[in-house]
Ligand binder design. Structure first.
Ligand SMILES: CC(C)(COP(=O)(O)OP(=O)(O)OC[C@H]1O[C@@H](n2cnc3c(N)ncnc32)[C@H](O)[C@@H]1OP(=O)(O)O)[C@@H](O)C(=O)NCCC(=O)NCCS
Length: 186
C-alpha cells in the first residue's frame, strides 16, 4: 500500500484532530495538539499527516524542547503525540511518520529528540530508554519504574556531546497535567 506523508497546514486541523481522536479513543490528545500548534514556544515544530488517498490516517507532532535553567539550549524536540487510525495500525505507518519526522528535524538543525511512550515501540526507531540515566531528566520527577518510558535520541553531528540537563517542554506541553501518572489519578 502506498501512503503519502506531508507537513500540515492550518487547514488540516480538523483532519489532525479526527486522527488523534480515533487513535486514542478519546479527545484529550486531539485537544492537546490544537493547543500545541498555537503555542509560540513550541516552534519550530514538525507536524506530519499520513494519507491513504484523500483520507488522513496518521499524525505525528514534534515540538520544541529546552534545557531548563540554561539561557541557550541546543535545538531539541519532543515527540508527542503520535497517532494512527485503528484500521491502519500495524502496517508501518507510525514508523514511516517517525522516520520522516526525524529526517525533517535533522534538516532544521535539531540535535536531540525525546519521547515518553511505549518502551517496545520507540527503540525500534532509534530511541534509548532510561534517558534520565544518560543525564536527560524529564520535566517532572517520575518513579524509577517509569524511567524506561522516558527516551532520548541524539540526531545531530555531535551526538550526546551536545549537552545534558533537565528537559523542559514548550509552555503547553510542560503543564503538569500532561505528565501525571494516570494510574495514580484514579
Ligand atoms: C502506537 C501507534 C502510533 C503505532 O503505530 P502503527 O502504525 O500501528 O505502528 P507500526 O506499524 O509502525 O509498528 C508496528 C509495530 O509496533 C508494535 N506496536 C504497535 N503499537 C504498540 C504498542 N502500543 N505497544 C507496543 N508495541 C506496539 C507492534 O507490535 C508492531 O510490531 P510488529 O510489526 O513486530 O508486530 C498506534 O498503534 C496508535 O496510534 N496507537 C494509539 C495511540 C498511541 O498509543 N500513541 C502512542 C502514544 S506513545
Amino acid at each position: 500500500m502506498e501512503y503519502n506523508i506531508r507537513e500540515t497546514t492550518i487547514a488540516d486541523l480538523d483532519a489532525i484532530m479526527e486522527v488523534q481522536k480515533q487513535a486514542f479513543g478519546y479527545d484529550k490528545e486531539a485537544r492537546l495538539v490544537a493547543q500545541l500548534l498555537k503555542d509560540e514556544t513550541a516552534k519550530p515544530f514538525v507536524s506530519l499527516l499520513a494519507f491513504d488517498k484523500e483520507e488522513a490516517i496518521g499524525h505525528i507532532l514534534f515540538t520544541r524542547a529546552y534545557f531548563s535553567g540554561k539561557e541557550v539550549s541546543p535545538m531539541m524536540h519532543i515527540l508527542a503525540p503520535l497517532a494512527v487510525k485503528p484500521a491502519y495500525q500495524r502496517q508501518g505507518i507510525g514508523g514511516l511518520l517517525i522516520k520522516e519526522g526525524l529526517h525533517l528535524l535533522q534538516a532544521i538543525g535539531s540535535e536531540v529528540v525525546f519521547v515518553l511512550g511505549h518502551k517496545e515501540y520507540y527503540p525500534k526507531y532509534g530511541f534509548t530508554t532510561h534517558a534520565a540515566h544518560l543525564g536527560y531528566l524529564p520535566p517532572y520527577k517520575m518513579p524509577e519504574e517509569n524511567g524506561v518510558y522516558w527516551m532520548v535520541q541524539p540526531i545531530g553531528p555531535t551526538g550526546y556531546e551536545v549537552g545534558k540537563g533537565n528537559v523542559k517542554c514548550c509552555e503547553e506541553l510542560n503543564k503538569p497535567e500532561h505528565w501525571r501518572n494516570e494510574e495514580s489519578d484514579r
